[in-house]
Ligand binder design. Structure first.
Ligand code: NAP
Length: 243
């Protein structure tokens, strides 16, 4: 299969990250991903795709760990053409009663870690004048949600990063965009109670929660030449709940 280039996706062990890893492999990318623990799906992908797929253990909240992941990806797979900043946690709780450590952790993983990882990856992209970056933000960063203020702040921060980096890297032929999904059926939303879930479905014009596959098509579009003049944008994929 002709290679489409090397893609690094953070947090590919399950959920949306796993769906993107799987689909990019099927579309001819050499894919590397990392998270704190490999899941069963990772073993299956290794068996199926051999050297076209790499998994590393790495932690978004640990700067040294991010450094060693990027070094290993560049050494084993070659220079990175595509970076998808997907790893994230959603710590819910009313801000007034959250522990400072919980606030620091959600910022460290979702925002600081993403900036540090991107800083390392763009160095080679700038040298090669080539690359595409997608930040997975959230409609919660655009509209807010009671009990998710810290998470919301990190996701709004990612959209700000998208706009700033798009300006910084556009002259180097590197595009940077955000995808802001609505509520998706993944482990992250398993904690939603029936009342919350029914309310979301009622308020969504398309009448359901999304799936990771609902987002994957937009990823391919943003990475394709068809999106060659699109940068600094936030693409919302939410069944219409924010319209
Ligand atoms: N689900 C939704 O409704 C929804 C909606 C909008 C946006 N999003 C965003 O979409 C992205 C993916 O969410 P998801 O629903 O697929 O979540 P998920 O099922 O909980 O998966 C999260 C992924 O991130 C990894 N991760 C978490 N903390 C990490 C850390 N410290 N270091 C490295 N990897 C870490 C996890 O692996 P390990 O636990 O093994 O580290 C896992 O692979 C997130 O950024 C999320 O905010 C989700």
């Amino acid at each position: 299969m002709k290679s489409n280039g090397v893609a690094l996706i953070s947090g590919g062990s399950r959920g949306l990250g796993l769906a993107m890893v799987t689909s990019l492999l099927e579309h001819g990318y050499r894919v590397a991903t990392f998270s704190r623990r490999p899941g069963e799906a990772i073993e299956r992908l290794k068996e199926k795709h051999g050297e076209r797929f790499s998994f590393f253990e790495g932690d978004m909240s640990d700067q040294a760990s991010l450094g060693s992941v990027v070094k290993r990806v560049e050494k084993d797979c070659g220079p990175i053409d595509v970076l998808i900043n997907n790893a994230g946690i959603a710590t819910d709780g009313v801000l007034a009663t959250m522990q400072p450590g919980q606030i620091e952790q959600v910022i460290a993983v979702n925002l600081t870690g993403t900036l540090l990882l991107t800083r390392l990856v763009v160095r080679q992209m700038v040298v090669r004048s080539r690359g595409s970056i997608i930040n997975i933000s959230s409609i919660i960063g655009l509209r807010g949600y009671a009990g998710l203020a810290a998470y919301s702040a990190t996701k709004a921060g990612l959209d700000g990063m998208t706009r700033g980096l798009a300006r910084e890297l556009g002259p180097r032929n590197i595009r940077v965009n955000s995808i802001a999904p609505g509520y998706l059926e993944t482990e992250m939303t398993h904690g939603l109670g029936d009342t919350q879930r029914n309310q979301i479905v009622r308020r969504t014009p398309l009448g359901r929660l999304g799936t990771p596959d609902d987002v994957v098509g937009a990823v391919h579009f943003l990475l394709s030449p068809a999106a060659g003049f699109i940068t600094g944008q936030v693409l919302t994929i939410d069944g219409g709940i924010t319209c």
